[in-house]
Design a protein around this ligand. Structure first.
Ligand code: DAH
Length: 340
């Protein structure tokens, strides 16, 4: 019997050496210590042992049992530790590895120029207002002193959505909405998209951007207009920039002007960008027509004002020397990435 116990212990120790997983250990536990296991089997044979030997043999069996038990438990811990270490090794972070580059988006060139413009006008006390892209004939034309049969309507090929409902052809519509809701003194700019049924080419797009400006107060003159636009041009293009007014016509201003700045590329000498003239046209402007003020309930005998409309796309293409306006709308990443 003693021998059997020793053999069993040796066999169990040997088997344990080869156990490499939790499942192996559980099988061993059942084999040796389970209800139908080998040690239990031995205990059952205790009856055949001489009575005086029984306590001794019983003790030996119990000792063997606890020894095997301890060995199995220790082995289980060892296997668990090894598994944990393996897992940690797999998850280890190599802090010497170079970091992955994070790609951050950049502002669209139009937004860059617009942000600059908003800063400049805000510094001169202007508010930024918004207007709807779907407008009525009243705001886009009628109240801007462009009655139904006025030839100026032909200058702007309009997308009509329904009778008297259209996609605004000019941010000037926002002038009217502003004067309807605010009392003078008024000083606002309204940036936004405008729409015209134009053929697409290098300088034309059916969707483009304008920034409307409007100032209404007592005693506003053309000098104020010139001062504001000069300040604006010098901040955008540089302090040596000259501004010139050329007489023009817009139904909603009287007198009306077109405004040029000295070409920022050649400084006025003449180059490819300014087509040799030394000047670049950037906006239309003028003194708000009395009919427009009257339409908005403002007395033209008491108040006067100036307005201007700047083409944002043109400003952006000249500033960044972009040769084709379509690049601004195609959203080709290779183009946009250059404005980092
Ligand atoms: N709305 C004009 C256009 O789209 C631009 C313009 C000219 C706006 C003169 C003005 C202005 O406010 O006073 O061509």
């Amino acid at each position: 019997m003693k021998e059997k116990i020793e053999q069993l212990k040796a066999a169990a120790a040997e088997a344990l050496k080869n156990a490499s997983s939790k499942e192996d250990l559980e099988a061993l536990r059942i084999k040796y210590l389970g209800k139908k296991g080998e040690l239990t089997g031995l205990l059952k044979q205790l009856g055949s042992v001489a009575p005086e030997e029984r306590p001794k043999i019983g003790q030996l069996v119990n000792e063997a049992k606890s020894k095997i038990e301890t060995a199995i438990n220790e082995n289980r811990d060892k296997i668990a530790r090894a598994a944990k270490e393996l897992k940690l090794a797999g998850e280890a972070v190599d802090i010497t590895m170079p970091a992955k580059e994070k790609k951050v988006g950049v502002l669209h060139p139009l937004n860059r120029v617009l942000d600059d413009m908003i800063d400049i006008f805000k510094s001169m006390g202007f508010d930024v207002v918004d207007g709807p892209e779907v407008e009525t004939d009243h705001y886009n034309f009628e109240c801007l002193n462009v009655p139904a049969d006025h030839p100026a309507r032909d200058m702007q090929d309009t997308f009509y959505l329904a009778d008297k409902l259209l996609l605004r052809t000019q941010t000037s519509a926002a002038q009217i909405r502003t004067m309807e809701t605010r009392k003078p003194p008024i000083r606002v700019i309204c940036p936004g998209r405008v729409f015209r049924a134009d053929e697409v080419d290098a300088t034309h797009s059916p969707v483009f951007h304008q920034i409307e400006g409007l100032v209404v107060d007592k005693g506003i003159t053309m000098c104020d207009l010139k001062g504001v636009l000069e300040q604006f041009a010098r901040e955008i293009y540089g302090k040596d920039t000259e501004v010139r007014f050329r007489p023009s016509f817009f139904p909603f201003t009287e007198p009306s002007v077109e405004v040029d700045v000295t070409c920022s590329e050649c400084g006025g000498k003449g180059c490819r960008v300014c087509k040799g003239s030394g000047w670049i046209e950037i906006l239309g402007a003028g003194m708000v027509h009395p009919n427009v003020l009257r339409c908005c309930g403002i007395d033209p005998d008491e108040y006067s004002g100036f307005a201007f409309g700047i083409g944002l796309d043109r400003l952006t293409t000249t500033k960044y020397k972009i040769s084709d306006i379509r690049l601004l709308f195609e959203n080709d990443k290779r183009f946009l990435e250059q404005f980092d």
